[in-house]
Write a protein that binds this ligand. Structure first.
Ligand code: ADP
Length: 859
């Protein structure tokens, strides 16, 4: 019943069209309601109609002979089954008026109505009374049929007349041909003419009676009919109904239509009439709109009308029959209905458009929701990553949210600096930190919140607690405000790095650099550095003073090198090159000619090459010291040692000579005491000679006066000689020689001999206790001959080994105090071997013994 309550449905139902609503209970069709219009049409009251079967309401007999009940039943069933409006164009029925049963014909429109929720079905039956229209149509059809037969008869008569004429002509022709038959034929013709005339009169009389009959019919039919004659459209005939419709009197007959109704002049009708008149084609139209002046008032009317041309024998139109039915009531009702339908459809369309919009909005909402869900998931992932990042970051991070600065996240580093536990997370800064702890943060937080700008703090000094102790430190930090889309500050991220170690290290480095600079200046050292890629030289003022450089332009590397004396320049360049390509330290002493006074000075230059991040050698820096004075002192000392040694050697040689003479004299006299004492004197003189030779050699070496006297000799033989000599001096030690195949070398025999002798005497000297055994081995390879002297004595600590071959170096230990020496033996050995381009080295372990090796190249 929902639909029946619908406003639009109610409006539709109550319109001025007779309507019945029935329930679709098949074969009964219980009447739910009839509208006022139906009540007026049938005289049945609404109260009486409701609840009745439709068939009873319409007083249809179940198996009536006209089968109307079956027709209605099946049409209703069809409409409901197919949910389709079904029409019955001419439904024969009757109404009771003043007790009389009046037959009517209705046009029935059966409209099925189905409830949206499927709760029921109804049918609306709209009734249009077409009785009048049907009757007029029937009478018109009858009139038309009569007119048709009259016309046909008239046409037949005309045809006959034409035939007679033809015959007459033939007869005249015959008359011309036959004079004799003329009279006879003339008579015959006259007879025929008179007969025909009589027929014609009869036909005319019949026509007149037909005309009267027609006029009667015309005046009786409920449709307006008029005949318009000629192009002027003179009203030749106007029936009573039309006069009534026009509200005009009969006196209009004979007048042109537009004179009688001048209001038609600016409407379509005169033109249509003219068209029908000219073309001879009939014209009809339903529900044509016209404005007529009725009783002096402009009245809108709707008419069904037809214009039928009446033609003469030649087919020319001489008149037009105009048939008019007033359908104003029906048309207005239909127009109203149409308007309502249109309004309803417009509303429906609007509703459907609104529905579509709603659906579209719904879809958009759905899509937006999906997008939002996706964004939320992305945000959640990003947030989780961000939190991990914070937790694992090696720097202190703290995220403060909102205006109360609630601690949203803080990592272990942050907690360490704040000296707090993780329970501060979720608390406001005010709740988490004391007033004193908060103070340094608060100012900055206020500032960045106000400005919205990130604040960077660099190496800011701050106090924090470390292991419960207050400690001063330096921090680099960032206060970064994060804005919301509304431009207000949503959170502040604080990132802090403890750079105390870095700052301290830098401060230390800076002060060390200052100290170093001062030391360099104080020591009158020149400092320099060379960019290895560009060879550009930079130096301090002291270096320029040392070099005597007074040029206005900075001194170049090439200029500096060019001042090195010829005997050192090549070596110095080679050393620098080696240091640059292989890295490491270089230390060289050389002479150079000063820029300003051409004076030769001694310099010691120490340098170190530094690597960059990629491992390339880039900066080469070092210091230069003027050691001229030191060198001169050394020279003086060497000269002195040389001179003293030389002077000592002369009396010693004499002493040795005298001792020898005394020794041979004692031998002759067989004075055993003197022999013994004199041989000891000879030994001591020999030892002293060795010592003095050592000093002499040193002085020669230092002043570059050492000269090798090269000769070929068997090295193994030389070893043997030195063993024999040593055995003479010390009987306490057992010297074991492990010889090799005889090996011929080219070297300074005396100097190599002094090397072997020094190694053996040291082996004896430094193994005073324990195993008194010395092993001497000779080995050869394709390129070198090698001698090794092994003892099982006190050995040497690893720390002393690198310095062992330095001039005057002696190991310091308690045992050493008992063993005399000057620390020059190994220095001389290494110098001699180096001059032979050989190698000298030692392997030793404390308390286990030592093995000294040297090798000489064979070619
Ligand atoms: P000197 O023996 O006169 O001290 P050397 O130049 O010959 O000078 O030796 C230098 C130092 O090397 C010695 O003082 C000693 O400490 C150490 N040394 C040399 N040879 C041996 C050795 N075979 N065993 C232990 N130490 C030795």
């Amino acid at each position: 019943m929902e639909k029946l309550k619908d406003t639009f449905f109610r409006a539709y139902f109550t319109m001025n069209v007779p309507r019945i609503i029935v329930r679709t209970d098949a074969s009964v069709y219980t009447v739910i309601s009839i509208n006022d219009s139906f009540s007026r049409l049938t005289g049945i009251a609404e109260a009486h109609a409701s609840g009745q079967s439709l068939f009873d309401l319409l007083k249809l007999e179940k198996d009536g002979t006209n089968g109307q009940q079956q027709l209605l039943d099946s049409c209703l069933a069809y409409a409901i089954q197919n949910n389709e409006q079904t029409n019955i164009p001419e439904f024969e029925t009757f109404i009771i008026s003043n007790g009389l049963r009046i037959q009517r014909w209705w046009k029935l429109e059966l409209l099925p109505v189905i409830e949206v929720n499927g709760s029921g079905a109804y049918a609306v039956i709209s009734v249009t009374d077409v009785t009048e229209h049907l009757l007029i149509q029937k009478q018109l059809d009858l009139a038309k049929a009569n007119e048709q037969s009259l016309q046909e008869e008239l046409a037949a008569t005309n045809e006959e007349l034409a035939a007679a004429n033809e015959e007459l002509n033939a007869t005249i022709e015959n008359l011309r041909q036959s004079q004799e038959n003329l009279q006879e034929l003339n008579n015959e013709l006259e007879n025929k003419v008179s007969l025909r005339t009589a027929d014609l009169l009869l036909a005319q009389a019949e026509l007149t009676s037909q005309h009267i009959l027609m006029e009667t019919i015309l005046n009786e039919v409920p449709a307006g009919i008029c005949v318009l004659k000629g192009a002027e459209m003179n009203l030749e005939l106007v029936n009573a109904k039309l006069l009534q419709l026009w509200k005009r009197k009969k006196n209009i007959i004979g007048k042109p239509l537009t004179e009688v109704m001048p209001e038609l002049l600016d409407q379509e009708f005169p033109e249509i009439l003219n068209e029908v008149y000219v073309t001879g084609s009939p014209f009809s139209k339903s529900e044509a709109y016209a404005e007529l002046i009725i009783d002096g008032v402009k009245t809108p009317v709707y008419r069904d009308f037809s214009y039928t041309p009446i033609k003469d024998n030649q087919g020319n139109t001489h008149s037009i029959v105009a048939l008019t039915i007033d359908v104003t009531g029906r048309a207005l009702a239909r127009i109203r209905e149409q308007q309502l339908m249109e309004e309803q459809s417009a509303i429906n369309e609007e509703l459907s458009a609104a529905n579509e919009e709603l659906a579209a909005t719904n879809e958009e909402l759905h899509e937006a929701q999906e997008n939002q869900d996706r964004l939320i998931a992305v945000l959640a992932r990003s947030e989780a990553r961000f939190r991990n990042l914070i937790i694992e970051a090696p720097v202190a991070i703290c995220v403060l949210k909102g205006t109360d600065y609630v601690i949203d996240a803080v990592n272990d580093e942050g907690l360490k600096i704040l000296n707090k536990q993780s329970d501060i997370i979720g608390k406001s800064l005010r709740a988490a930190l004391s007033e004193q702890e908060r103070r340094p943060l608060q100012e900055l937080l206020k500032m960045v919140s106000r400005s919205g700008e990130t604040y960077y703090g660099n190496e800011v000094r701050a106090q924090f607690e470390s292991d419960g102790q207050p400690e001063d430190g330096y921090f680099n930090f960032i206060f970064k405000p994060v804005k919301t889309s509304q431009d207000s500050i949503e959170e502040v991220i604080i990132v802090a790095t403890n750079v105390t170690d870095l700052v301290n290290a830098r401060n230390e480095k800076e002060s060390a650099e200052v100290k170093l600079g001062l030391a360099i200046e104080a020591a009158r050292m020149g400092s320099w550095y060379i960019n290895a890629a560009t060879n550009a030289l930079e130096y301090n003022p002291t270096l320029a003073v040392l070099f005597g450089y007074e040029g206005s332009e900075p001194m170049t590397y090439e200029q500096a090198i060019s001042r090195v004396t010829d005997d050192y320049r090549q070596k110095l360049e080679w050393e620098i090159e080696q240091a640059i390509t292989h890295g490491g330290v270089y230390d060289m002493t050389y002479t150079m000619r000063r820029f300003n006074d051409e004076k030769i000075i001694w310099l010691r230059s120490l340098g170190k090459i530094h690597q960059d991040n990629q491992g390339n050698y880039t900066i080469f820096s070092g210091v230069v010291m003027d050691i001229t004075e030191q060198k001169q002192d050394e020279q003086r000392k060497n000269d002195f040692i040389g001179m003293v040694s030389h002077e000592l050697k002369t009396p010693l040689t004499s002493l040795n000579g005298y001792a020898q003479i005394l020794h041979s004299k004692a031998k002759k006299q067989e004075d055993s005491f003197a022999i013994n004492v004199l041989s000891k004197v000879t030994d001591q003189v020999k030892r002293m000679t060795t010592l003095i030779n050592g000093f002499l050699n040193i002085s020669r070496l230092e002043s570059g006066k050492i000269h090798l006297v090269l000769q070929e000799f068997y090295l193994d033989e030389l070893v043997r000689e030195n063993i024999e000599e040593a055995e003479l001096l010390s009987t306490a030690h057992e010297i074991i020689f492990k010889p090799c195949a005889p090996v011929l070398v080219k070297a300074d025999r005396d100097k190599i001999g002094s090397v072997i002798s020094n190694m053996i005497s040291n082996a004896i000297k430094y193994s005073p206790n324990g195993i008194k055994k010395i092993e001497i081995q000779c080995q050869t390879t394709a390129s070198a001959a090698q001698i090794s002297v092994k003892d099982f004595g006190m050995g040497i600590a690893a720390a002393d080994i690198p310095k062992l071959f330095d001039r005057f170096y002696r190991v310091e230990s308690n045992q050493m105090h008992l063993i005399s020496g000057f620390g020059i033996g190994l220095y001389l050995c290494s110098e001699i071997i180096n001059h032979h381009h050989g190698k000298i080295w030692v392997e030793s372990e404390p308390d286990q013994g030592s093995t000294f090796h040297f090798s000489l190249p064979l070619n």
